[in-house]
Design a protein around this ligand. Sequence first.
Ligand code: ADE
Length: 244
Amino acid sequence: MGALPDELAPALARAVGQADRACGREFWSGVWHQQPYVAVLSRIGKVAAASTAALLIQRHQVDAIVFTGVAGGLAHGVRVGDAVVATEFLQHDMDAAPLFARHVIPLDGISHFPSDPELSLRLERAARHAQAQMRAEWPLGWQGLDLSRSAIHTGLIISGDRFVSRASESQALRERLPDALAVEMEGAAVAQVCRDHGIPFAAVRLISDRADDHAHPDFLRLVTDLAAPFSTHLLDHLLHKNNH
Ligand code: ADE
């Protein structure tokens, strides 16, 4: 699953046919390294992504869901070109206080939704491979970005229905949620749906921007050039049976 066509380009390009169409979503099926998969664009935002995840699980009986895409870097040291593999997710805009503590999902009673540890470990290895391949493809770096310095981080990813594009807003998020490494708009919603269904879930995000005043142009530049090569190398490694 990915939110934008560039984020899912390789899985869509290799698909052999449209498996299904429902509620405005197109589900594409394919086989990669003898592994059958279904690719679908989540659309953007938590509700769209949750609805897509529920459809994917109920109509296609998937064993697991992996999300690949981009995110804004939040924590100091999480730079453009780095990748973040989630160990857990939280909705930063959930706030039912004073009925429930801030960020807690009412009735679920938790704020942090863990990713599947084994799948996340495989995803981390795949992300490492993807970064190495991209270094080889751009030995001199990409648009002034030294890819040899790009790192992989593991930790908390936060999601909300906002494209964070003001330094004041990302600073406020850092102060309120100091453990958060990156911010995006879907992961925590998909994690919650997967938990409801007992489906393992893991997600990786390439950092496209720093969720600051330059976020919009930075995001557009990186998505156009690097999102597709990153997910190509990532999925190529993840779906290879030798890498299980
Ligand atoms: N995805 C990529 N960059 C983002 C940002 N700054 N805010 C929310 N989602 C994002």
